[in-house]
Design a binder for this molecule. Structure first.
Ligand code: FAD
Length: 547
């Protein structure tokens, strides 16, 4: 009998529980966790707020939505068969294709039968005596399980602009993360978009092409660099398939699990002409090379960062015809690469169009309110047919805060994390037994599906260990939480990004109380993270308390 068949023969449901495990969220994390739990013979139920699976790729249907990881490094790698079956159509897959991919995965592995959609979890309370979690849905329905997995995403808690009169607008107003399922027709329409983050940077060129007029309200400009997307032909896809093992092995050895690897030379040690030629090359190449394949010290050394920032600023000036508009699009309050760099396709050229206007809401025209007709700034009222609130997400901890999670002695997770998250490896929190987080705060992220797979595999290892020893409860030890929290904070300290407001440092001016920077992710080297987790597994999970 195989090990997994033997495990599958164990009683499936703990006494008094509805399921052995509950997973919250049916995105890439929840789907893979469900797959692994089934293999372990653990009876699981997934509760998903959306009407179907896919997470990010179910919700974000705005024009231009796509990821900027190379497609052939973004898919699951746990099934070689799946990798060989699926053909990516573009190097940076657009949202509809990625959602199609996730549907293909769900169908292939029959995942839907254990998923319950339209089921927002509002609370999860630990019952110490019963050794189980009670999960409550928005409609009052309850379910109990021994194990609880959060797979709720780092960019799933969307935020609307905190502007007076927001709901008074008479026309349709959309947030990109709650985009309608039928395409929005912008033709002949006056459109206003609030925000110039990663989403807006993707959507603006697309909307500009259709709309009668597009007005962009910008608070803080973001650095952006070209994506250089292209279609993947059949021969190229075959060639990629033949190299999958090598590609994923390579990613696993890089700091962020992308194909790109930083150059160890110091920026200012490289002669200016050579440096310029290197940057020209990176700027002309697809993907994150300009950010992750650049000189390593651009992310830690102010002078090196100033040099690359000036290079990118020069590019913006070259691409935007009106020097005043170009100047407004160049960030002055942070350097290139210190916030996640959005990759764009014709973003800067959109401002050369006669039907696009940029409004600087910090220096020129602060927004006073949203009106029934449009947007009132200090200078005038802008009238619109459609408004887009591209105001992003309450990153990383936002989705946790929206659930009333209580552990031992009724302790609220939100309270336990008031001064910032405290976890062990971003996977367990002190005082919350049997709560495992996939892609939780303080874990390594980088190329996210690879981080998810790593995290799920590690947690499956813990579960296997528990089954082998007949344990029903896992907790983290306080000293290891303290140690890991320190490691995470220390890893962020040298980075210039830690001194910049962004969703990655937990700042979101549209959310009350989100004005103080926090360290929300493990920003050290992904290779070190893998090594650490491998050591913990090899050492027999001594950092955990089992019962
Ligand atoms: C526009 C955009 C572009 C991106 N591009 C990239 C990229 O290029 N590379 C990259 O690595 N990552 C990218 N990301 C990050 C992306 O979120 C991850 O790659 C990945 O999709 C995360 O999967 P997940 O399952 O962990 O979370 P999600 O996909 O966010 O799924 C979480 C699910 O949990 C559900 N949920 C949350 N709370 C509850 C609740 N209380 N009750 C029930 N259900 C709940 C949500 O509805 C959602 O469906 C991008 C994100 C966005 C928004």
């Amino acid at each position: 009998m195989s090990a997994s068949a033997e495990l599958a023969e164990r009683p499936r449901t703990s006494r008094g529980s509805d399921f052995d495990a509950i997973i919250i969220g049916a995105g890439i994390s929840g789907m893979f966790m469900l797959y692994r739990l089934r293999e372990l013979g653990i009876k699981a139920r997934v509760f998903e707020a959306g009407a179907d699976l896919g997470g990010t790729w179910y919700w974000n249907r705005y024009p231009g939505a796509r990821f900027d990881s190379e497609s052939w490094t973004y898919g699951y790698s746990f099934s070689k068969e799946l990798m060989q079956e699926w053909d990516w159509k573009e190097h940076f897959s657009p949202q509809p294709d990625t959602l199609e991919y996730l549907n293909y995965v769900a169908q292939k592995f029959d995942l839907r039968r254990d998923m319950q959609f339209g089921s927002t979890v509002t609370s999860a309370h630990w019952d110490d005596a019963a050794n189980q979690w009670t999960v409550t849905l928005e409609n009052g329905e309850q379910a109990r399980s021994r194990l609880l997995f959060t797979a709720i995403g780092i960019l799933s808690a969307y935020t609307l602009p905190a502007i007076p009169g927001r709901d008074s607008f008479r026309g349709p107003a959309y947030h990109p993360a709650r985009w309608p399922h039928t395409p929005v027709d912008f033709s002949g329409k006056r459109v206003g978009i609030i925000g110039t983050g990663a989403t807006a940077i993707q959507a603006i060129p697309e909307i500009a092409r259709q709309a009668k007029h597009l007005t962009v309200f910008q608070r803080r400009p973001n650095w952006a660099a070209p994506l250089h997307n292209a279609k993947i032909g059949q021969a190229e896809m075959q060639e990629i398939k033949s190299r999958y093992e090598e590609i994923y092995a390579h990613c696993a050895k890089t700091a962020s699990w992308f194909i790109h690897e930083a150059d160890r030379r110091k920026t200012l040690d490289v002669p200016p002409e050579e440096r310029e030629a290197f940057w020209e090359k990176l700027y002309a190449e697809p993907g994150f090379g300009i950010w992750m394949g650049n000189f390593r010290d651009i992310l830690i050394d102010e002078k090196a960062n100033a040099a690359i920032s000036e290079f990118i600023a020069k590019k913006i000036r070259q691409r935007v015809k009106d020097p005043k508009v170009a100047d407004k699009l160049i960030p002055k309050d942070h350097g290139f690469g210190t916030r996640r760099v959005p990759l764009e396709s014709g973003y800067f050229e959109a401002y050369n169009r006669d039907n696009v206007t940029l409004v600087d809401t910090i220096n020129d025209e602060p927004i006073e309110c949203i009106t029934p007709k449009g947007v009132q700034t200090r200078a005038r009222e802008y009238e619109f047919d459609i408004l887009v609130y591209a105001t992003g997400f309450d990153g990383v901890t936002g989705a946790f805060d929206r659930i009333d999670i209580r552990g031992m002695d009724g302790m609220h997770l939100k309270d336990a994390w008031t001064d910032g998250p405290r976890t062990y490896l971003g996977m367990l929190a002190e005082g919350f037994p049997n709560l495992l987080m996939v892609l939780g705060p303080h874990t390594a992220r980088g190329n996210i599906p690879q981080a998810i797979e790593h995290s799920v595999e590690f947690q499956a290892g813990i579960l296997r260990f528990m089954q082998e020893h007949n344990y029903t409860r896992v907790e983290t030890r306080p000293e290891h939480v303290a140690e890991w929290t320190q490691i995470v904070i220390k890893a962020s300290e040298p980075l210039l990004s830690s001194k910049v407001d962004s969703w990655q440092t937990g700042v979101n001016r549209n959310v009350e109380g989100r004005t103080v920077r926090r360290v929300l992710g493990y920003n050290g080297n992904g290779v070190h993270f893998r090594r650490k987790t491998d050591e913990v597994a090899k050492g027999g999970y001594q950092e955990f308390l089992f019962r």
